[in-house]
Write a protein that binds this ligand. Structure first.
Ligand SMILES: Nc1ncnc2c1ncn2[C@@H]1O[C@H](COP(=O)(O)OP(=O)(O)OP(=O)(O)O)[C@@H](O)[C@H]1O
Ligand SMILES: [Mg+2]
Length: 153
């Protein structure tokens, strides 16, 4: 049986570091390198931050579902779902530097970072229903005879 976990959290910024660490702790069972683990944390952090910052109106009670699934021995599948406002134009949203919160301290790089740090990325969203980001990280691909610093070591 393939290993998995599901975690539901309130869409509050205090939960961002918890979410990132929880996924990282789950990922340890796949024996990732420090670099792979760091990539996973960065991508999860961006996805969860988006749910917190964009999906729900201030004062609205939002929730975020985080699902992780080990696929075989060397990939981790992560799905992050919110039930908030959804994204109007997906093709615009994924463009580097595209943000709808330019007045604030957002740079519009979240989706670009997720795509860069992970091996596969997909985005689904429906206006008024919510948004779902799916990402895949391959673990243990980059050996190249180089130094492989295991996060578990
Ligand atoms: N979960 C979400 N719900 C609703 N809209 C979203 C969600 N995630 C992203 N968006 C929309 O997509 C845009 C691009 O997201 P992206 O993460 O790339 O940039 P950003 O969040 O604006 O800035 P940064 O991530 O650099 O702080 C956002 O500005 C927002 O309009
Ligand atoms: Mg973002």
């Amino acid at each position: 049986m393939e290993n998995y976990m599901k975690l539901e959290i309130a869409a509050l910024s205090v939960n961002e570091s918890f979410a990132r660490s929880a996924v990282a702790a789950f990922a340890l069972s796949l024996n990732p390198t420090l670099g792979e683990l760091s990539d996973i944390k960065t991508a999860v952090s961006e996805a969860v931050t988006n749910c917190i910052v964009h999906a729900y109106d201030r004062g609205q009670e939002g929730r975020i579902l985080i699902e992780c699934r080990a696929q075989g021995e060397n990939s981790l599948h992560i799905r992050i779902t919110d039930y908030g406002c959804g994204i109007e134009d997906l093709s615009k949203a994924v463009l580097p530097f595209y943000t709808t919160l330019s007045g604030e301290e957002r740079s519009g790089m979240g989706f670009t970072i997720m795509q860069t740090f992970m091996d596969d990325f997909s985005l689904e969203s429906e206006k008024g229903k919510g948004t779902c980001v799916e990402m895949l990280k391959k673990i243990g691909e980059v050996e190249n005879g180089g130094i492989k610093e295991l996060a578990n070591a």
